[in-house]
Write a new protein. Structure first.
Length: 292
């Protein structure tokens, strides 16, 4: 096939246009730090990035669940610690007032303190965190304990998603911590001690010492359960963070440029463009001379 000057010219022009397009793309990549800015440049890569970003967005949802749950569990732990202190003080009063020689007026004064401890315990059992009553089961918008210590929450324990196929129980049972459902009714025992003190009832006061130990054990079990749930959330957060880091790394491998490689290709393409333009000028000059 005969190669004409026109064919050579067209080829040279095409080479210049291609090199200019390549140079422009590399300049864009260098400026943005990304391999492509639109789907048409790399449809497969763009779709992969979309999927990776959706997966990362899901991990942020898990992070929100974990953070919120840890806040509520930490609040529950603090509340149960306060409940423990209240029960310890109640036991100290029972021990001090259990002596048969204690005068009724002293026991009456102690009964007033037990009443105050009862009210404080009620506030603890109705603790809120992040706008929710933490000991109410699913009924988080309702105060779970009435003034007489009656539990009006439910028996369910909240669960949340903490991973793509993982859920964690993050609720704390107010029933198990403070009522007979856990073995002993904390409020009933505090009220029993108050009544015994007012009645100057030696046996009732002495009996309270043992029952308050049972109350302490019950609250301690609930606090241990909270600690275990917090530990599980820590593990879930580590897993979630590892997943997020992995997705970020994979996304970077798809879309982010290698600065050194891009710089080298940029220089090579700029040189190739200059060479193509030089060749095109020579072809044009030769063509003009031929026709003179």
């Amino acid at each position: 096939m005969r190669i004409t000057d026109q064919m050579i010219y067209r080829r040279g022009t095409r080479d210049v246009a291609n090199q200019r397009s390549n140079l422009f793309d590399l300049q864009q990549q260098s400026a943005t730090g990304q391999k492509f800015q639109s789907i048409d440049k790399d449809p497969v890569g763009a779709e992969r990035v979309r999927m990776l970003r959706e997966a990362k967005q899901a991990t942020l949802h898990y992070e929100t669940n974990i953070t919120r749950s840890k806040t509520q569990l930490a609040t529950a732990d603090t509340a149960l610690d306060e409940a423990t202190n209240l029960l310890i003080r109640a036991k100290e009063i029972a021990l001090a007032m259990g002596n048969e020689l204690t005068a009724p007026p002293e026991r009456t004064i102690s009964a007033q303190e037990i009443e105050s401890l009862y009210e404080s315990m009620l506030n603890v059992a109705n603790t809120e965190a992040a706008g929710e009553f933490i000991f109410a089961g699913y009924m988080t918008d309702t105060r779970p304990f009435l003034s007489d210590g009656t539990y009006v929450g439910d028996s369910n324990l909240k669960e949340v998603d903490v991973g793509p196929s993982s859920r964690a129980e993050v609720g704390v049972s107010g029933e198990n911590a403070f009522t007979i459902a856990g073995g002993i009714d904390v409020f009933a025992e505090l009220e029993a001690l108050r009544t015994a003190l007012l009645a100057d009832d030696d046996i009732g006061i002495q009996n309270a010492i043992g029952t308050l130990d049972d109350c302490l054990a019950q609250v301690t079990r609930s606090r241990t359960d909270v600690g275990l749930k917090l530990n599980r959330l820590d593990v879930s957060e580590n897993v979630r963070q590892t997943l997020e880091d992995s997705l970020t790394k994979e996304e970077s491998s798809v879309i982010d440029i290698d600065p050194v490689d891009t710089f080298m290709r940029l220089n090579e393409t700029a040189s190739a463009l200059q060479e193509a333009m030089s060749v095109a000028r020579k072809v044009t000059d030769n063509s003009l001379l031929t026709h003179l």
